[in-house]
Design a protein around this ligand. Structure first.
Ligand code: SF4
Ligand code: SF4
Length: 630
């Protein structure tokens, strides 16, 4: 295996311990300590049985008090909480998508943002009946962006992208009355339904959760992904590195964290600016090194091979290295703890969005019009901060792995084209993948997504499940912090093929891919929806029949719940390693874990034992194969 070795969770934990020692020296707080302070959690919260949506409450359900003051029962309370959780996630992804629409609307030939993938733009314009003949590309871009913005509040009709799904799936959405209409309408409908004195019927609340989730996956997230590709390029396979060792001791380290690529793309651009590089040399650094955390990291890694410093629960570690000149953030999944933590070091914690204002930060408002100027200001600030490093606090763990990333849907299809026979086969389809599944060389695929959660030993579930699945000839498509766990461990190194079963190993060799394919950030789970839709069309099977399941073993955010809802509503069984706050109601829990099958052909499955979770997914894939007779 020519020196190839996975990085173990134990090694990562040892590195963290060492960093926490530095933290203790400077009096820093840590998430590990805060978890201890918050344990044990409140049982009512854990089970979803407390309600505080009106000031007659708060109410909580006990055997002695089986109803809230208004008379709402446990199923209504749990269902409402679940729907509100989903709406939070859907709003978040969708607002991200809206910002990208605005960025596209602002794109111009001589401005900060440009159209990079013209082909994709023209494809979307054609799909949306927007004329393209003899028109300036920016006129088309602005009309597409405006049409996209209308998706958020249009008074009639359904989400435009639903038409990308196989017809049978579209029919299910219509029949079940879960086809999403305007994106914001589904979020505000969810908030209306969950107001005191509106819906308390579990079925109605869960159904709206599906519709609200679908407005994210097939609406806001899909626009976020597609328009980001138009602006910054559709990812194609590219080599990079992952884990804290990507920070450089002799360079200015700027860490980008958050979600929206409009910010990180500009930071990447200005880090290459000759003026900034000269300044870096002047202050004694060898250059400027950009690394990422969370989904922003996925965005710039996928498009430019920018190294990935780590995932969600690694964000504090980045500062604890003492070698981070600036951590630049936009929105979502940013620990407010980073403000006080960075004060213990020389690190500048720079917030840029009105959506995510925090204490102890330097706020530099970032928008489309001033993007270039602001990005330069941020990079300059970081460079000038290099001499302030406290040398005795610097410790960068010697820990990184090589990774090949950039497997967008288009990147996967292009890769599959390399194994077709140009004389007899069609190119530009998923058919080679279907053939591998049909023959059994590949047993199936798992889409692994989601966060870290201190309730699960960080990264263990992601890494152990991936190892188990690839050994059983199941290929993985991954995104978000799951993708980063894989990259940090080394599972995106092509040499990880040696950890696979014979079938998957052969596929990796022939197609020259790692066994775990990075499909991008959390909004890019929409790429997975396109992939399964095309697999269904190319195979003639329905999505719910494909030997494919979803998995979020360490999920934590509202966004993850919104994602789960649209993945299941798209017909993909989804396996969770953390219990959602629904245990208190056997009706809501029963609907999610079984009842949804009757509506959409798939459901959730919760299993906290990670080994059993892996077995359950393999079993489900084999069952689907048997049902297909393959
Ligand atoms: S809506 Fe009902 S259950 Fe909820 S806090 Fe008000 S009275 Fe209590
Ligand atoms: S996977 Fe979860 S923690 Fe990571 S960026 Fe996405 S929502 Fe945040």
């Amino acid at each position: 295996m020519d020196n190839f070795k996975l990085t173990t969770v134990e090694e990562m934990e040892t590195a963290t311990e060492r960093l926490l020692e530095t933290g203790a020296k400077v009096g820093a707080d840590s998430w590990q300590q805060r978890v201890k302070n918050q344990t044990p959690h409140c049982k009512f919260g854990e089970e979803g049985t407390c309600c505080r949506i009106c000031s007659m409450g708060p109410c909580r359900i006990t055997p002695r008090a089986p109803k809230g003051i208004c008379g709402c029962d446990i199923h209504g309370i749990v269902g409402r909480n679940y729907l509100r959780f989903t709406a939070g996630g859907s709003a978040t992804h969708s607002d991200h998508g809206r910002e990208i629409c605005h960025t596209l609307y602002n794109a111009s030939a001589d401005g900060n943002y440009h159209v990079t993938d013209t082909e994709k733009l023209l494809k979307i314009a054609k799909e949306w009946d927007i004329p393209t003949e003899d028109r300036d590309i920016y006129d088309i871009a602005h009309e597409v962006a405006e049409a996209g913005l209308m998706e958020y509040g249009k008074p009639f009709g359904y989400q435009r992208f639903l038409k990308r799904a196989p017809e049978r799936r579209q029919k299910i959405w219509e029949e079940q009355e879960i086809a999403p209409r305007a994106i914001d309408r589904e979020v505000s409908r969810a908030l209306h339904m969950t107001h005191m004195g509106c819906s308390s019927l579990a079925e109605a609340l869960v159904k709206q959760s599906l519709r609200c989730g679908l407005s994210d996956g097939w609406g806001g997230s899909m626009m976020g992904t597609e328009f980001s590709d138009v602006l910054f390029g559709t990812p194609m396979p590219v080599d990079t590195e992952a884990n804290l060792g990507v920070l450089e001791e002799d360079m200015v380290n700027i860490v980008v964290h958050g979600h929206d690529p409009s910010l990180s793309e500009m930071i990447v651009k200005y880090a290459e600016d000759p003026e900034m590089l000269a300044l870096a040399k002047k202050v004694g650094a060898k250059g400027i090194n950009i690394a990422g955390v969370c989904c922003t990291s996925n965005e710039v890694a996928m498009r430019h091979g920018i190294p990935m410093a780590g995932n969600f629960l690694q964000q504090e570690n980045v500062v604890l290295t003492g070698a981070c000149e600036a951590i630049v953030v936009d929105v979502q999944c940013i620990f407010p703890a980073l403000g006080p933590l960075s004060k213990c070091f020389h690190t500048k914690f720079i917030t840029t969005s009105d959506v995510a204002r925090m204490t102890y930060t330097k706020f530099i408002h970032f928008d489309c019009e001033s993007a270039g100027e602001k990005a330069k200001e941020i990079v300059k600030l970081a460079v000038e901060n290099f001499p302030n490093r406290k040398k005795d606090l610097v410790h960068i763990p010697n820990m990184k792995q090589k990774a090949t990333v950039g497997y967008s849907y288009e990147g996967i299809v292009k890769t599959l084209d390399t194994v077709t026979n140009s004389f007899v086969d069609l190119t530009g389809t998923t058919k080679p993948l279907v053939d591998c599944m049909r023959s059994g060389v590949l047993r199936g695929a798992v889409a692994m997504v989601g966060c870290n959660n201190p309730k699960v030993r960080p990264d263990t579930a992601h890494i152990e499940l991936m190892k188990k699945l690839i050994k059983n000839d199941v290929i993985l498509v991954v995104s978000g912090c799951s993708a980063q766990a894989a990259a940090k461990a080394g599972l995106m190194d092509k040499r990880a093929k040696d950890l696979c079963g014979d079938g998957l190993k052969r596929v990796c060799e022939l197609a020259d891919i790692p066994p775990v394919l990075h499909m991008g950030s959390c909004v890019d789970i929409s790429r997975m929806m396109i992939l399964v839709s095309e697999l269904a069309k190319d195979s003639g099977w329905n999505i719910d029949e494909l030997p494919v399941v979803g998995c979020a073993p360490e999920w934590m955010s509202e966004k993850a719940v919104s994602i789960g809802n649209y993945v299941v509503a798209t017909g993909i069984d989804t396996y969770l390693g953390v219990y959602p706050y629904v245990k208190g109601s056997e009706v809501v829990d029963g609907l999610l874990q079984e009842g949804l099958k009757d509506w959409v052909g798939a459901s959730f499955h919760v299993e906290l034992d990670i080994d059993k979770l892996g077995d359950a997914m393999i079993h489900a894939i084999e069952e689907k194969r048997e049902a297909l007779g393959i």
